[in-house]
Design a protein around this ligand. Sequence first.
Ligand code: BES
Ligand code: MN
Ligand code: MN
Length: 455
Amino acid sequence: MSDVLRFIDDNLGRFRSELYDFLRIPSISAKAEHDGDTRAAAEWFSARAEEAGLEATIHDTPGHPIVVAEWRDAGPEAPTVLIYGHYDVQPPEPLELWTSPPFEPTERDGRIYARGSADDKGQLYMHVKALEAHFATGSTLPINVVVLAEGEEEVGSPNLVPFVEEHAELLSCDVVLISDTGMYAEGLPSLLFSLRGLAYFEIHVHGAVSDLHSGEYGGAVTNPGNAISQIIASLHDAEGRVAIPGFYDEVVDWDVETRRQIAELPHSDEAFARELGVAALTGEDGYSTLERLWIRPTCDVCGILCGYTGEGAKTVLPNHAMAKISFRLVPDQNPDHVRALLEAHVEAIKPNGVTVEVRELHGGRPWKASLLGPIFEAAADALEEAFGTKPVPMGGGGSIPIVVEFEERLDATALLVGFSLPGCNLHAPDEWLPIDNYEKGIGALAMLYEKLGTA
Ligand code: BES
Ligand code: MN
Ligand code: MN
């Protein structure tokens, strides 16, 4: 075993307890009342990066700070790897569904339970520890490293593209390495070949000047509740396709080889449905479950607000209704184009007597990788050495909108190597990360840095 791996092995207990300090900070980017905590998480991370041997700077933005930590001793001829992750987390509610409190990290059944354990503080911190292992043992790391940790990923990274534009030289790199996704299954490491894009909107329907008595006025005016239901019902056809005209125009067929690899992955629809507690799996006709999740676009209602929802009956016609609608996108769809299509569709089908407004929440383009060439080979080798199994290719149903922006603006290759698992409860109560993945993952990353030196 190399000195680096021995150092990791000898320090695993400390690596866990440090992570728990990070996880105790409620850095909820969506809530202004936690702005102080979010900054505290940036400061904590910056200080730990310095202790590990990097040179860290906290950059203020109009929102939450961005931490950049550098180590450039490999010299100008060596490749540079930009490691990206986020120190912000999703709100923990509903609190009563957590077995242990979200910001009191707790070990149970070989898992670290806490908000942010998997998404993404745990995975981000693995990189700091893998780097520390190199610096502490005097290993000659063959790559320059820039770690970028942002605090707004969970709210759509509104300040990151401007930051990348302004600091293109500081962030200039050959590879962007990200651990903010998962492995296909326990013990089965994975390389990600795609992420879906996102286009997220609020649709508002406005009716009369105020709420109305539903007996006195019902039947004579359009009820915004009925209208938004009509709009929502028009978004899909009977084959499970999105029924907005033009929605599939920019969708390109996925390559046959990747579809073959997807079909080869161990998967059971029955087990998947059982795990989720649903009687059946549904979706776009003609595609398997994994294809529906990874390589096909979707449209989903994420929330509806309308009318009287309190106790008992209130006979009322609401004068306003709102629905939150998200689209997951695949190459070559574009959130701006989807917005235009949605607006045109809603205008065309909306009933008379109400006005409809589409507001954009956030968006990002999809990302696709070839998984070919020395960078991905380096990752495959490092994962195989750490986990004892060759990694499988997998897609990502979720979105990390900055990935394409990094690739295009920095002219670099994105490499996504994640360590959470399906069922880790990202964004949900009882989020967890396997301790085994935290520990083996640190070793995998340490080896990966070495291999990227010659990739
Ligand atoms: N880490 C996730 C993205 C993810 C999770 C990708 C699992 C693939 C598999 C990220 O933190 C996230 O939650 N992204 C948001 C989008 C963002 C703009 C709020 C998402 O996918 O909903
Ligand atoms: Mn994340
Ligand atoms: Mn997330």
